[in-house]
Design a protein around this ligand. Structure first.
Ligand code: SF4
Length: 77
């Protein structure tokens, strides 16, 4: 039997970084990829929940990056 560990779909395939100084608190990212992005309770600015993005999260995170109105999210492979 194979040893336990993350399945292929669960491995991290990229990293994400947020720039809170650019964030306007629109909330698009938290709505699109809530496993990775949240918002703080004061100003609504983005909070990064996970710097590492799995294969299963990749599509929604890429969409969040594309749809961020202030380019406050960037990907690194
Ligand atoms: S989508 Fe962009 S501007 Fe909106 S909360 Fe997320 S990081 Fe901030």
């Amino acid at each position: 039997m194979c040893s336990a560990g993350p399945g292929r779909a669960e491995r991290w395939i990229m990293r994400v970084q947020v720039f809170r100084d650019r964030c306007c608190g629109s909330g698009n990212c938290a709505a699109t990829a809530p496993e990775v992005f949240g918002q703080d309770s004061n100003e609504g600015r983005v909070v990064l929940r996970s710097e590492e993005v799995s294969r299963l999260q990749a599509e929604s995170v890429r969409r969040a990056v594309d749809e961020c109105p202030t380019a406050a999210i960037e990907l690194a492979q």
